[in-house]
Design a protein around this ligand. Structure first.
Ligand code: GLC
Ligand code: CA
Length: 575
């Protein structure tokens, strides 16, 4: 397919309600606690809706709030129809829906249907009768000569197979052993999930963020793979890469649920085949959109976090550019710099000298003005950063603990392991939201469930609300610009075109729409280097729409200070 301009021409009548929206992810446990138990809650979310509205948010994705033993922080669901009492009640959830609606905001829940919790009634029944009906809701298999059925390593470490007590069988889990995978070959199980999804959509939910969904299709032979680590196991993701046929399951899922409600769906998909992009997020795709993790994958280590590289600016720039060019031909990506599984974007994508308010704004501008649906993660708007972890007892995350052991086994000292895992720990994003400079960052009156980042005295919402020059105010302006009547069309449908590609330490791109008097073009250019830079302008500068420093723009050149970014309205082509 040709560029986005044509996409727009041909699809003008196929606009979707969510195309021009800005989304925000809430990690409920760490967002806002109103009853002093140290755990964020639904009341806390309700109390911050005006804050989010003011920021410019339209869609709120809330990480799981279903009943759960919280082995993987709610991504292990024991009852899909109940709100976890830690977070509140169903009445409060209904109130949240109503309050969001009043403000013209949409609520999106997390949908974790690759697996459930081992405490779920289905799994308990399966354990009680490993030959019975409910065992077939999961993957129960006999072992091979005293060994598990195959040599897969789960995402959180150790075998994917766990013995079923009192039987010669094992059950399959791609994540923790407390997260048994659901059997997507079983029509009865699938119907139970569809009913549950529709039940939530009936309530008025706008859609779902769909967890780990690429894993649902299994090769039922579970063939052994070439080991890729000293434990003699092979990462389960390798099996996923080789398995075909997930599309049929996804299509059926969509037809039976989301499509009936015009729901918005954003999928978490890693390692997908490029040739399947259209099938996933094209106009008739399985999902509305899916996260673009290409830049995040740059810090994937071959064996784990301990051998993960730091991100190089040039690699990052090329990766983002390539991904934009590819995705815009197909549909809408969902753009993030961080989420609850990733370290903070400021600490990861910015060089050390740029981890300051100007750098924070620069990174935010790039992320929010790319083509696609921008997702902010809580605290991103104030520039929250990774935490300094003093010792491993400070961590909660199951995956961080596993990676720490992996690092030790690879021969790192405790000090080194603490450092390399601290850099990528999922807990970096999960430290409580920093609302103020008061005790516990104003997150709770009690004892927070996870360490508060001590930098809250410097980085917090209240201070930034008072400071017109803060990251928070800048994010508000940025979102307003993106959604303004005049520019919305360009930032939503406009083509992405890289600019100044061979200029070192410059990340720049155009967004434009062709078409007579409605044609418009914007240049976004940021300086990630340490020296002031001058760029000759290819188009005259009609107006500075946004800038984070007092950079300036003369007729034919643009001057950018270090960490400076500008968004310019382009006039005619320079001579
Ligand atoms: C997804 C979630 C992550 C969770 C995993 C298992 O990757 O984002 O937090 O641990 O799925 O559900
Ligand atoms: Ca609470």
């Amino acid at each position: 397919m040709a560029g986005t301009a044509e996409w727009k021409e041909r699809n003008i009548e196929h606009r979707k309600w969510w195309h021009d929206k800005v989304a925000y992810q809430i990690y409920p446990k760490s967002f806002c606690d109103t009853n002093g138990d140290g755990i964020g809650d639904l009341r806390g979310i309700i109390s911050k809706l005006d804050y989010l509205k003011e920021l410019g948010i339209d869609i709120i994705w809330i990480s799981p709030i279903y009943q759960s033993p919280f082995v993987d922080q709610g991504y292990d669901i024991s009852d899909y129809y109940q709100i976890a009492p830690e977070f509140g009640t169903m009445e409060e959830f209904d109130e949240l829906l109503a309050e969001a609606e009043k403000r013209e905001m949409h609520i999106v829940m997390d949908l974790v249907i690759n697996h459930c919790s081992d405490q779920h009634e289905w799994f308990q029944k399966a354990l009680a009768d490993p030959e019975g009906e409910y065992a077939d809701y999961f993957y129960f298999r006999k072992g091979e000569n005293g060994n598990p059925p195959s040599n897969y390593r789960s995402y959180f470490g150790g075998s994917c197979w766990e013995p079923v007590p009192g039987s010669d069988q094992y059950y399959f889990h791609a994540f923790a052993k407390e997260q048994p995978d659901l059997n997507w070959e079983n029509p009865k199980m699938k119907q139970e999930l569809y009913d549950m999804i529709n039940w939530w959509l009936e309530k008025g939910l706008a859609g779902f963020r769909i967890d780990a969904i690429i894993n649902i299709k299994k090769d039922l032979e579970f063939p052994n793979l070439e080991p890729d680590g000293p434990d003699g196991l092979a990462g389960f993701h390798r099996a996923v890469e080789q398995t075909t046929g997930v599309g049929e399951l996804l299509e059926e899922l969509k037809r039976n649920t989301f499509a009936k409600y015009d729901a918005f769906t954003v999928a978490e998909v890693f390692n997908m085949r490029e040739e399947e992009l259209t099938e996933f997020i094209g106009e008739e795709g399985h999902f509305s959109t899916m996260f673009d993790f290409s830049a995040h994958c740059l810090s994937e280590g071959e064996h784990g976090w301990y051998d993960a590289p730091d991100i190089d600016f040039q690699d990052w720039k090329e990766t983002v550019t390539k991904s934009q060019l590819k995705l815009q031909k197909v549909g809408f990506a969902a753009n993030i710099i961080e989420n609850h599984d990733e370290p903070r974007g400021v600490s990861r994508f910015l060089p050390e000298y740029a981890r300051n308010p100007a750098g924070t704004k620069m990174l935010g501008t790039i992320s929010l003005l790319l083509r696609g649906i921008p997702f902010l993660y809580q605290g991103q708007e104030i520039g929250m950063q990774n935490c300094n972890w003093g010792n491993r007892e400070e961590w909660d995350d199951i995956s961080t603990k596993d990676q720490y052991q992996t690092a030790l086994q690879a021969g790192l000292s405790e000090q080194e392991a603490l450092k390399v895992c601290g850099r990528l720990s999922r807990d970096n994003a999960r430290t409580p939201m920093q609302w103020s400079g008061e005790k516990n960052a104003g997150f709770t009156a009690g004892k927070p469930w996870l360490k508060v980042n001590p930098n809250y005295t410097r980085i917090n919402v209240e201070d930034q609300q008072k400071d017109a020059d803060s990251a928070l105010h800048y994010y508000q302006k940025l979102i307003r610009l993106r959604k303004s009547e005049v520019w919305k069309e360009v930032f939503t449908y406009g083509t992405f075109l890289p600019a100044y590609e061979d200029q070192e330490y410059i990340m720049a791109f155009y967004r434009y729409l062709e078409g007579g008097e409605n044609g418009r073009r914007v240049l976004v250019a940021g300086n990630f280097g340490t020296e002031t830079r001058e760029l000759p302008l290819e188009y005259s500068c009609k107006k500075v729409l946004l800038s984070n420093l007092s950079g300036n723009c003369a007729e034919e050149k643009l001057t950018l200070d270090p960490c400076g970014i500008m968004v310019l309205e382009c006039g005619g082509k320079a001579e």
